[in-house]
Design a protein around this ligand. Structure first.
Ligand SMILES: [Zn+2]
Length: 241
């Protein structure tokens, strides 16, 4: 089959879109994730440790992502030294210091590209269109482009336990007239701009300019609008066990 990375006719491997390392805090007896779709008529299903696609990448191309994925997991999953920024006593944001923010951006772009080329149903709504090639070129060059290219914002839920067992389908949405994709990964919601317009001013302030990564707080998972959907899915899923 043709690899979408090097375009050679080679044997393709199980390529993860959201890296396996993001699910490492699942217990040993829970090596499946619940995938939740909000499309009508599409039912949730279980998938062994995330979603992989055997139709996109060869071993050599898949290996290109290894150090990027490992670094992103180290920063975002382990998040050692994460600092809470409080406003009026409430956690408003988080700060991670001494982060290679270029490498995190490269991770964001590579995640987006992999989701876009994937034929897995779970990533059906992710289609970068004319920006797909641009995303690929940046990843292959190890470049993050200019500050507005695929600019992103991470938001974090307070708890990590509950959300790590389920993931919601990525989808596109509009923010301030720009097209964004929303991904749920580990305890984060990632918003990434896929639009040739510049970053909305309010989100421009969150573009990393040094080694500091600011993350917005999404508060407690229990208080979120996603929570009822997750609870229903977990309950429905457990009936089949
Ligand atoms: Zn390849």
């Amino acid at each position: 089959m043709i690899c979408k990375g090097c375009y050679a006719d080679k044997q393709l491997v199980k390529a993860h879109i959201i890296p396996e390392s993001f699910f490492r805090n699942l217990r040993a007896d829970e090596k499946t994730l619940l995938l939740i779709s909000n499309r009508a008529g599409v039912h949730k299903k279980k998938a062994p440790i995330g979603v992989y696609d055997k139709t996109i990448l060869c071993r050599e191309c898949e290996d290109r992502f290894e150090h990027i994925d490992d670094y992103a997991a180290k920063v975002l999953v382990n998040n050692d030294g994460i600092e809470k920024i409080r406003r009026n006593g409430e956690v408003a944001a988080y700060r991670l210091n001494e982060v290679d923010t270029d490498l995190i951006k490269l991770f964001v772009i590579s995640l987006l590209w992999r989701a876009s080329i994937s034929r897995q149903d779970f990533y059906k709504k992710v289609n970068l269109g004319p920006l797909e090639q641009k995303a690929k070129d940046l990843v292959w060059q190890g470049s993050t482009g200019n500050m507005h290219d695929f600019s992103f914002v991470f938001a974090k839920f307070d708890d990590t336990e509950k959300i790590s067992k389920v993931i919601l389908e990525p989808h596109s949405e509009r923010w301030f007239g720009r097209r964004y994709y929303r991904f749920y990964i580990a305890s984060y919601v990632l918003y990434v701009k896929v639009d040739s317009q510049s970053t909305p001013e309010i989100w421009e302030r969150l573009i990393p300019s040094d080694n500091t990564l600011f993350l917005l707080s999404r508060g407690k998972l229990e208080d979120s609008k996603e929570y009822p959907v997750l609870v229903d899915a977990v309950k429905a899923g457990s009936k089949h066990n």
